[in-house]
Design a protein around this ligand. Structure first.
Ligand code: C2E
Ligand code: CA
Ligand code: CA
Length: 768
């Protein structure tokens, strides 16, 4: 093994050279022994040379000791200094070795008696043995010293002149190699030790670095539950000055310090400590969340440790906890009103109903704002939201321990009463709620009147579940709406029956559509100038096998609810176009479309295909749409209407005056005609104001470039006023007959109605 920089690392070399300068205490002792033996020889032989050697040996040993001892091994720190000091060491050692070697030679050759030979032999060989132990750090030194000691001795023996001494001299030569080998061995051992130490030191450094830069706090416990490792995060959290301060403490002591510092609550700490200690003891993985008094959250994880050491880590999870809380809140509460949402309400109520006292009475009410949609549509969603918020605000003042309020979605609210005395109690409470909710609210400068309908149900806690209560309350709400809104109704059993029959009716309608058993009839529309039929409106008919004829006013909404109304529209469009194509060319046909037909862009393609299939000129087809369809989604509906108009089809606004009839948007929509609802005619013959209203609407529409049809004309006097004062373009109503079959229209096509001055006599269709 060579001590060059390239062969072994600098650190190992430095380690070797340092070893030369350690534990030199035996040197003066050795020197003293040598000097004494030399003195002994002097005394025995009287040879002056031994006296000189005694002095030389003592001096060489102690001076070498002095020189070595002067040096602090720590000052040998790098390759250069190690090289320097090795040279020094070798120089001193060589001088010392030469002195001892010469003594051996002199005593052997010139001693001339067996004692001096014995002294030389034992002393020099004894010294040789120590060479390896003392100087293994420098191979050069070992070589030189062994040579300096053994070679003169061997030489001295061989010079004795007899064969025995010669052989002895020869045999001690291998000593040189043995000693050198021993030194090599020791050096190897040392090399391994130094490398190991180096490796573990760097491992420890890395481990420390990893430990103290990780975001987690980490603690390791001995089997006795005492801290043996703690990283910087723990030190910082617990405001210790150093890791050392923490070692030997228990988890309990550590956490108590946190409590004392006001960082943690005692009760939280007790729980956490028990759970974690048990987990570590039982070797289970366990997580415990600890809330700090400053609002931060730490998550402790106990892990099964190796070698029976428990490992505890913790990390700050405040943002995760906050996010979880936000998500949980969002999942449970409505973002606009802050009220529990549908899912959470169901959860709360279920829990309530399953709790104690199953015989008590519970109540549930579903509240729904009347015509909320049109507020949204006409004033915009922000105003709609404002109204919902205002209602929620008033409603939440009723919420309490036993009363839970929820926004169920849209404009629908739920109230649950956990404990009611009886029906009167429920009535009183709901009346109070209605009282509070009704009235005007100011939303962004708009004075809005809150009108709502509600359905309520009263049950024994153990008789129904939330789902059943909601169905019943919904049925009651449905009835309340049907009966004119702005009111509330309590659920009655027959509502359930009505609901069930409604479900049966839906199924029957589906079958009727599939069996193509719906019919189309046509109601004449009369041109006021010529009093001749100018076209007709296609109306759908359903003859129920058991219930007889069912009004489209009833089954069309059902079909809309079921999402199958477009199938009806398609059927009616097909029949209407086919029939109209056979009629004289001056007759046109109107077909009613539902709001739902405009939910899909295919409506345009459908109309086009049906027109081309029937061969009907597009300008003979009129489509009637209601305000609801137009308001549903103005942007897309407008696009579809414009595309339809491009086909050449005309568009009429149906039932004007029944909804939120606002003339303001009429001119912005691609309309050709408006059809004024029959309700405008009701007292037009008796009431001047009604007449003025009707005339106003007609004039205004005409100014907007729209032609006008008045529907629901039933009497002569109505017709008279219309022709004399109102001047619509077209009229329609039972006065001119109810709906006919297609062939009936064809026969009527060239008839004109005479209007014989006396409005009391029947109008007779006269041949043209
Ligand atoms: P609508 O579009 O206003 O149709 C006119 C309704 O008024 C028809 O009722 C008609 O029979 C009725 N009527 C006609 N003249 C008079 C009158 O002088 N006095 C009174 N009081 N009523 C008169 P019908 O056929 O029961 O239809 C009701 C509603 O059902 C229709 O009202 C229309 O909105 C809808 N509807 C009918 N057929 C269809 C259809 O094929 N598709 C769609 N989407 N809706 C349809
Ligand atoms: Ca119509
Ligand atoms: Ca109408």
């Amino acid at each position: 093994m060579k001590t060059s920089k390239s062969d072994i690392s600098e650190a190992v070399y430095v380690g070797y050279i340092r070893s030369l300068f350690q534990d030199v205490g035996v040197l003066p002792l050795g020197a003293a022994c040598f000097a004494l033996v030399s003195l002994l020889l002097y005394h025995k032989t009287g040879g002056l040379v031994y006296l000189i050697f005694a002095g030389l040996l003592l001096f060489a040993g102690t001076f070498r000791y002095y020189l070595i001892n002067r040096i602090d091994p720590q000052q040998i720190s790098d390759y250069e200094s190690a090289l320097y000091w090795e040279r020094r060491y070798v120089l001193w050692g060589t001088l010392h070795g030469l002195v001892v070697g010469s003594f051996g030679l002199v005593a052997m050759v010139w001693g001339d008696n067996s004692f001096s030979e014995l002294a030389a032999l034992s002393l020099v060989l004894g010294g040789t043995i120590t060479v390896a132990g003392r100087n293994y750090g420098s191979r050069k030194m070992v070589t030189i010293l062994t040579l300096a000691l053994v070679a003169p001795l061997a030489l001295g023996l061989m010079l004795k002149g007899d064969i025995y001494h010669f052989a002895l001299g020869l045999f001690i030569v291998p000593f040189i190699f043995i000693i050198m080998k021993m030194a090599d061995l020791v050096r190897t051992v040392l090399f391994t030790a130094i490398s190991e130490e180096k490796r573990s030191a760097s491992l420890a450094r890395r481990f420390n670095r990893a430990l103290n830069t990780m975001p987690h706090g980490l603690l390791m416990f001995s089997p006795e539950g005492r801290i043996v490792v703690a990283n910087a995060q723990v030190v910082e959290l617990m405001s210790f000055r150093s890791t050392k301060q923490m070692l030997g403490r228990s988890l309990k002591a550590l956490l108590s310090r946190g409590v004392a510092a006001g960082l943690m609550e005692r009760k939280d700490v007790q729980f956490a400590e028990q759970q974690l200690t048990r987990a570590m003891r039982e070797g289970r993985d366990r997580k415990v969340l600890l809330r700090l008094t400053d609002g931060r959250h730490l998550e402790f994880s106990a892990r099964e440790g190796r070698d029976e050491l428990g490992v505890l880590t913790f990390e700050e999870v405040t943002s995760r906890i906050e996010a979880e809380e936000r998500v949980r809140y969002m999942a449970r509460y409505d973002s606009l009103t802050g009220l529990p949402n549908r899912a959470y309400f169901n959860e709360i109520v279920t829990e309530f109903m399953e709790s104690s006292d199953p015989a008590r009475l519970c109540g549930l009410a579903v509240l729904d704002l009347d015509d909320f949609k049109s507020i949204n549509d006409t004033l915009g969603h922000p105003v709609g939201d404002g109204l919902i918020y205002a209602v929620a605000d008033r409603l939440s003042s009723f919420a309490g321990d036993d009363v839970k309020v929820s926004r169920f979605g849209g404009d629908e609210f739920m109230i649950f009463f956990n404990r009611l005395e009886g029906e009167d109690d429920l009535v009183l409470r709901l009346d109070a709620i209605f009282e509070k909710l009704r009235g005007d609210v100011d939303v962004a400068g708009h004075q809005l009147r809150v009108q709502l309908s509600a359905g309520a149900v009263l049950v024994r806690a153990d008789s129904d579940d939330v789902g059943a209560m909601i169905v019943k309350a919904d049925l009651a709400l449905y009835t309340a709406k049907e009966q004119g809104k702005n009111n509330w109704r309590l659920f009655e059993t027959q509502m359930d029956a009505a609901f069930r029959s409604r479900q049966t009716l839906k199924a029957d309608l589906r079958s009727a559509i599939e069996a193509q058993s719906l019919r189309v009839v046509f109601q004449p529309i009369i041109d006021v100038r010529t009093m001749q039929i100018s076209g007709c409106e296609a109306l759908c008919r359903w003859d129920h096998p058991e219930l007889g004829p069912i009004s489209p006013a009833e089954f069309i909404p059902l079909a809309e609810e079921m999402g199958i109304v477009s199938e009806i529209s398609t059927m009616v469009l097909n029949v209407a176009c086919r029939e109209c194509a056979r009629w004289p060319e001056h007759l046109r046909v109107s077909v009613n479309l539902s709001a739902r037909d405009f939910h899909c862009s295919s409506v345009v393609d459908k109309v086009q295909q049906i027109l081309s299939k029937s061969g009907l000129a597009a300008d003979r087809l009129e489509l009637e749409v209601t305000e609801t369809a137009l308001l549903d989604d103005k942007a897309t509906t407008r696009v579809y209407l414009e595309e339809l108009k491009k086909l050449g089809v005309t568009i009429a606004l149906d039932d004007f005056g029944t909804g939120y009839s606002s003339l303001s948007y009429l001119h912005t929509l691609p309309l050709d005609k408006i059809k004024i609802d029959g309700s405008f005619l009701v007292d037009v013959t008796r009431n001047e104001r009604s007449l003025r209203l009707l005339t106003g609407v007609v004039d205004l529409s005409r100014n907007l470039g729209l032609s006008v049809t008045v529907e629901g004309v039933e009497t002569f006097s109505q017709l008279k006023i219309l022709t004399k004062k109102v001047h619509p373009d077209l009229v329609q109503g039972f006065l001119f007959g109810s709906a006919l079959t297609a062939s009936g229209i064809e026969t009527m096509s060239d008839k004109s109605w005479t209007f014989g001055g006396n409005t009391r006599t029947a109008l007779n269709p006269a041949s043209a």
